[in-house]
Design a protein around this ligand. Sequence first.
Ligand SMILES: CCCCCCCC/C=C\CCCCCCCCC/C=C/C(=O)SCCNC(=O)CCNC(=O)[C@H](O)C(C)(C)COP(=O)(O)OP(=O)(O)OC[C@H]1O[C@@H](n2cnc3c(N)ncnc32)[C@H](O)[C@@H]1OP(=O)(O)O
Ligand SMILES: Cc1cc2nc3c(=O)[nH]c(=O)nc-3n(C[C@H](O)[C@H](O)[C@H](O)COP(=O)(O)OP(=O)(O)OC[C@H]3O[C@@H](n4cnc5c(N)ncnc54)[C@H](O)[C@@H]3O)c2cc1C
Length: 672
Amino acid sequence: MIKYKQFTDTMAASFYENPDLKRERQSCNFDKDEITNLIDGNVEKTKYRRELVEYILSDPSLKDPIPVEYLSHEEKYAAELKKACLLVQKMREPVPKEAKFETLRKRQENGKPLDIGVGPSSVILKEGNALGLHFVMFIPAIIGQGSTEQQNKWLPRALNLEIIGTYAQTELGHGTFLRGLETKATYDPDTKEFILETPSLSAYKWWPGGLGKTSNYAVVMAQLYTKGKCEGIHPFLVQLRDETTHEPLPGIFVGEIGPKLGLNSNDNGYLGFDRVRIPRDQLLMKHSQVLEDGTYVKPKSTKLGYATMVYVRVFIVQDMAQVLRKAVTIATRYSCVRHQSELKPGEPEPQILDYKAQQNKLFPALAASFAFHFAAEKVWNLYHLATENIGKGDLQMLPDLHGMSCAMKALSTSETAKFVETLRQSCGGHGYMVSSGFPRLYGIATASETYEGENTVLWLQVARYLIKTRMDGSGGQSVAYLIGSNLPDNKAVDLSLDGIINLFQRVAAGYVDLAMKELAEHGRQGMAPYDAWNHSAVQLIKAAQAHARYLVADCFVRSVKEDKLSGPVRSILNELCEFLLIYWLFAELKTEHLSQLQAKYMELLSIIRGYAVNVVDSFDIRDEALGSVLGCWDGNAYQRLFDEALKSPLNRNAVHRESFEKYLKPLMKSKL
Ligand SMILES: CCCCCCCC/C=C\CCCCCCCCC/C=C/C(=O)SCCNC(=O)CCNC(=O)[C@H](O)C(C)(C)COP(=O)(O)OP(=O)(O)OC[C@H]1O[C@@H](n2cnc3c(N)ncnc32)[C@H](O)[C@@H]1OP(=O)(O)O
Ligand SMILES: Cc1cc2nc3c(=O)[nH]c(=O)nc-3n(C[C@H](O)[C@H](O)[C@H](O)COP(=O)(O)OP(=O)(O)OC[C@H]3O[C@@H](n4cnc5c(N)ncnc54)[C@H](O)[C@@H]3O)c2cc1C
């Protein structure tokens, strides 16, 4: 290892706490645990999560020997898969009898497995993991699409990881337009089997997570043909690889699609079929069936086959709140310890956190992390209620669930991606380092804008629901304000939270009406409805976005009003809520309202400045989980940046001998 002049000794560094951070923490005047518990769900859940994270992090076999970024594509996959498998094994073993793991042990003694979940697994699996799709889509697809018999047969094996699966829907030629998928499953009544076929290059499945090398099964979405008729896309449970040798089965062409912008430990894959036969009972038959003679039994709604996507859209909102909490923790702590430039002439360089322009970059993201947390809770509850009703044959809530999950998925992912980039910029040059943690978070946020429904496409689904509601009054609870007499009144702007929510409704309703006008105008000019829709897309998307902001804002306001909060935490959340609402309104309002809100916005910047560091501390993210040299709890950013740089293989020797001798030296010695 090459030498550098050392300024901090290692022992001293382990007791270090940056004085600026220390000062902020000493002036904390609220109970940080209250916010931690709020995010976890309750005190018991916090205790469980903390023990689980400690349990995972204290295992040396789950640590990365070197940062994964220095590994090759192949090594990255192998290293992260190894950790994922060891983690699953660890969760099955009895927890040692140590006081610090008491909650975990009791849980096991009560016959409850240790549930890894999103948060704890992401503590060590940060680059997208090959088993993720198995838990997030394969198992939910069996539950949501399989009959009771099918669930009894397949779920225990999947839950035990005797089989590992993915969700194979997207094809090279089609991702958004599901009716255009080409993979065929043709029923053969003689053998009582389906024959799976990939009829063209564009029909190859392309993208599914964990498909390339890891999965031996998949839920495959294919066009169902029976009795010579196409009945549309349906889910089939298909074995891809031999359960012992892991070799692909005959007629299966499977592989990995190569490096991506992020999530590179996940072996996203391709898949083709050459007349692969599967038994009839591997069509997942909860909602529709093919009888032995080939008779097709229709579902109550063709959209029930899309339910796995709805589930994951809901899941993603929760994931985005988590990504935002990490990104804003990094940027806020770093802004507290970083001093730059001159605020008052001749005075010492201030903390960059004191610049209003910097606060304007950080605090909207801080507030939004709470907004998406509450939105995720709400849409999660709605999902469970709607699914329960669907189970009883009542599909009434389906359109509202679809509208709400699309709106919240699209807003949470697009805002998170934008905020992560702004937060990266807020850390100047150091934010551009991989060791800052931002590139990984950006990789997740931008992928989420595309997967599980590309955002533009989801905005247009929301717009379709808004326009329909405005026209025939048929929509559910989330769009009730657009129906006839419920329309928000045009009273003067009132700056209470309820007043601002009323303003959000007015803005959204205004955009919906503008879009309707535009559609009608195109119609009058003789355009066909589908052409008019295409020509009005810009306005329609604006309406959908304003509606989504209203939905999330409304959730935030309602959650802040709940009486379980203490006075100090309630006022912090109240201020953050008001602040975000004003921030979002700035994007929508005309100048006459702006000056009223501008003063309030600037006042809130100063108030939030007072507690921002303590609020991000209360997110309670361990340094190992944050994965950022800039955002560590102790604020020792420069030392950590340096230590991380020294891990670069280029620093093993003072001279990179081979390239110097072979290329640099001859170049420098050669004459023109
Ligand atoms: C040790 C390891 C431990 C691991 C532990 C794991 C823990 C987790 C780890 C990490 C956490 C990470 C969290 C997130 C991970 C996520 C991973 C995701 C990976 C990605 C997967 C994918 O991308 S899968 C593929 C997704 N694809 C899509 O989403 C396609 C998008 N397209 C569509 O949805 C449809 O085609 C579209 C809706 C756009 C149009 O459909 P179409 O049939 O053409 O319908 P249309 O004519 O437009 O409308 C008709 C009618 O139907 C209504 N409708 C449409 N969709 C729905 C629906 N889903 N539900 C209800 N109704 C629907 C629509 O509104 C219309 O109604 P009417 O107006 O006619 O009334
Ligand atoms: C990291 C990652 C993981 C993924 N994992 C999986 C997985 O596990 N399983 C799986 O099946 N798939 C997976 N996918 C695929 C993903 O679901 C699709 O990429 C996504 O649904 C978008 O579809 P597409 O790629 O066909 O884009 P396209 O639909 O071709 O979009 C291209 C452009 O066309 C626009 N467009 C398309 N249709 C319309 C329209 N009607 N109106 C206006 N504009 C339109 C879009 O807005 C976009 O700008 C994954 C993708 C990524 C990036």
